[in-house]
Design a protein. Sequence first.
Length: 419
Amino acid sequence: MQKNAFPYIPVHIVLPYQKLITLIIGLGLFGQIFFSNLAYQLDISNRLIMLIMRFIIALLSVISLFGINRDKKWHEIFTPWIGSLLLFWFLYFARLLIDTQFLSVSTAIPAWELIAWGIGSSLLPCCAAYYLARKCIEIPSSDKLLKYALPLVIAAALLFSLDPGFQSIKFQLPSLNPINSGHASASLGLIGASSLMSANYSQQNHKLKLVVAVVSIALGSYLCVYSATRSAVLAFFIPFLTSFLLIKPSSTLKIPKKITYLTISTGLLVLFIYLISPPLMNKIISFTSHPHVLTRVRLIRFALNSFIENPLFGVGFDLHSQLQSLSSEWGESLYFTHNYLAESLALGGITLTIPLIVCFVRAFYNIFIHVRVQRNHLWILLLLQQSLLYVMTTGHFGDVPMFWILIGLSAGIRKPKSN
């Protein structure tokens, strides 16, 4: 007879799983935009605030993991998807420790920090989201999630209006990258769009939810464009576009009408960008020649060349030093490829990349099949697409909690039982 994985954890304590998953999602997606603005107004170290916030996310994740798995057997905990996830992070950390401790390789930031961010901001929230999705009878719907998301973004916008104010050229602070603020705003807009597309507002008691959804779309799209971040705008529009086209055929909107509405929406988006954010319009017009775009292309090309040198195991964390050696030539200091796929290929070759691809493909397939039946969770599919576009244009493996939370949710969510 197999023993429970955690026999010493009391089983009589019932944890509020839906509130835990909503808190983890809310902080992971919208915590930075709010707390960075709060820290700026109070003149507090933003780094300290971010450390506290990510510690809270990690703590909530640990509480969730132990609470959910306290009465399970080991074979119930270690599913094939979790195995792929753990394999990826094991290979990543093993390569990091070998390179830094035995081969004296220098990394962009201290190895302990990469490990801390990797475990606390990525691995733990991902596992917690996965198991919570499997445990919860009802994953929070988009309108429930908006109860947390909308107040955080409104508060962030109000704080920003105090200083530096909306006369500033874009939605950024010295310690808040416009990419982060843009994607948080895009997430709010997509959750609002999901609520609008998946709910029935014909009943009188749903009118308030309709207002909340519309306000979320309006505020999210405005702040997203105001951030003047191309990747955020694309990550807002493309998921909306694909999901709008993928609505079940039984929908009252047929394909020709959908195409018409999307054409009009695209035109309105371009006009909106032109009126709200001239810097973003300039970036779009000069897309193929903009310095940041050219730098991103160079980074990806360099990473792929590094992968070709050692396709099985990659070049490891010496990639950081190699990129830094090119900083003077490229005119800016760079350590990361700002593309998860390119980074995994360069750091660990095929060996590291295969489990990462398996994790994402399985997660995407699972949530896609689920949403075709259960429209209340359309927001997960929308945000999963957004997070993929996010990590293909910026960040490193421990830097974007949103991506890991979303693939955990998407992979863990249960298929609806057929009647």
